[in-house]
Design a protein around this ligand. Structure first.
Ligand SMILES: Cc1cc2nc3c(=O)[nH]c(=O)nc-3n(C[C@H](O)[C@H](O)[C@H](O)COP(=O)(O)OP(=O)(O)OC[C@H]3O[C@@H](n4cnc5c(N)ncnc54)[C@H](O)[C@@H]3O)c2cc1C
Length: 366
């Protein structure tokens, strides 16, 4: 495939924007369309952990994909900052994954043989790293490479960089459906008229499947709600992200702590609930007891694009030339943004792929 003259990206979350950024740097004319403001859905609801190790439970291609993206992050963040003038608030500290139950300890220990550099820490050793931890902590692993960014700043930097690179960003412009000629996807019908391009990328997060309806292709993907809370403490309690089964606590540069997250499969429902606030607070206090008395700052929810096998969809359909799909990044879209941007750019500009896309084919049976 030669470099396309023009590309339309449907959905300006972190995935759509990182693809647009990869293409724009290569000189491709890109238009990003979003039904609302850029990155206002899952991408800024996220905690911003770059958790290649903490989020992976088995070795294989997905772990390699996550690690490849994690390795790209420092340079990607620097380049974006240089172009946009906005820091992504990249923090190069790791994640302390702790076990509170025997079962969780066994699961964590089962990762040690294949996870490079992972070492089991006793309860005393975890407390040396984070003295505020509960006595109930049985031990854990410090994932030194699992750094973090602040998703709000990533969103702002991507938007600014795209504008500086001459891309067109059309917010509040929902795509109503794909325009198909013969079997080729040639454009999109929006609330603001029809738009055409040589290539179309579908990266509309949890909303992606409905846009494929005219192709009679069913993409198995669904929304998975995640609720978080933000709290403020009088003194700083932890310096690394602390992660236990079902709850993590992420320290921010502004002194707040983000506590997340629920995992709820209840459709397109983004309401926050008092029960989730209370559950997250309870779980966090079980990890760091001094969190029982804190100032509540805010709560929010986002819809992760889930898939049955937990893997993203990155690739093209055999029967729909002109269309590329990039969605289903579930719990790892912030982490996987740089590699997804790079892979889709390679795919669309005819460069050799740096990682094989077979495991992520939208046509696989997940
Ligand atoms: C609580 C929570 C915590 C998380 N924490 C982390 C984390 O720590 N680390 C990590 O790596 N990942 C995390 N994630 C996951 C991550 O947020 C997602 O995987 C990622 O944001 C998905 O990005 P996306 O661009 O595919 O989707 P989205 O951000 O949802 O973007 C899709 C975009 O498409 C637009 N759109 C939809 N329909 C249309 C249409 N018809 N026309 C035009 N535009 C449309 C939407 O408005 C939206 O802006 C978390 C998610 C949640 C909810």
């Amino acid at each position: 495939m030669n470099r396309p003259d023009s590309v339309i990206i449907i959905g300006g979350g972190i995935i759509g924007c990182s693809i647009a950024y990869g293409l724009a740097v290569k000189g491709v004319r890109v238009t990003v369309l979003d039904k609302g403001a850029l990155c206002a859905e899952a991408s800024t609801a996220a905690a911003g952990m770059l958790g290649a190790q903490v989020e992976t439970h088995q070795p294989g291609p997905f772990y390699e994909l996550c690690k490849a993206s994690q390795r790209m992050y420092p340079e990607w963040a620097n380049e974006l900052q240089e172009i946009s003038g906005i820091s992504l608030q990249y923090i190069g500290k790791g994640i302390l994954r702790v076990a509170l139950t025997e079962e969780d300890e066994a699961e964590l220990k089962s990762r040690l043989p294949w996870m490079d550099g992972a070492e089991w820490l006793t309860a005393a050793q975890t407390c040396e790293i984070e003295p505020a931890l509960s006595e109930a902590v049985r031990g854990g692993i410090y994932f030194a490479q699992d750094h973090q960014v602040h998703p709000l700043y990533v969103a702002r930097a991507l938007k600014s960089a795209l504008l500086k690179l001459g891309s067109s960003i059309r917010e509040w412009t929902p795509v109503l459906r794909l325009i198909i000629e013969g079997n080729r996807v040639v454009g999109v019908k929006t609330t603001d008229g029809d738009l055409y391009a040589e290539q179309i990328v579908l990266s509309a997060g949890a909303w992606s499947p409905s846009l494929l309806e005219p192709l009679a292709f069913k993409l198995p993907s669904f929304p998975v709600k995640g609720q978080c809370i933000s709290v403020r403490t009088e003194t700083s309690l932890i310096s690394s992200t602390v992660f236990a089964k079902g709850c993590y606590i992420v320290p921010r540069l502004d002194g707040t702590l983000t506590i997340g997250a629920t995992q709820e499969e209840i459709g397109f429902n983004k309401k926050t609930s008092l029960s989730a606030v209370s559950l997250l607070h309870q779980k966090a206090s079980a990890i760091v007891p001094s969190l029982s008395e804190v100032e509540f700052v805010s709560t929010w929810a986002g819809l992760r694009p889930g898939t049955p096998d937990g893997l993203p969809y990155i690739g093209q359909l055999s029967d729909a030339p002109g269309l590329t799909i990039a969605t289903g990044h579930f719990r790892n879209g912030i982490l996987l943004a740089p590699i997804t941007g790079q892979l889709v750019t390679e795919l669309l500009t005819g460069q050799p792929l740096s990682i094989g896309l077979e495991p992520y084919s939208p046509e696989r049976n997940p």
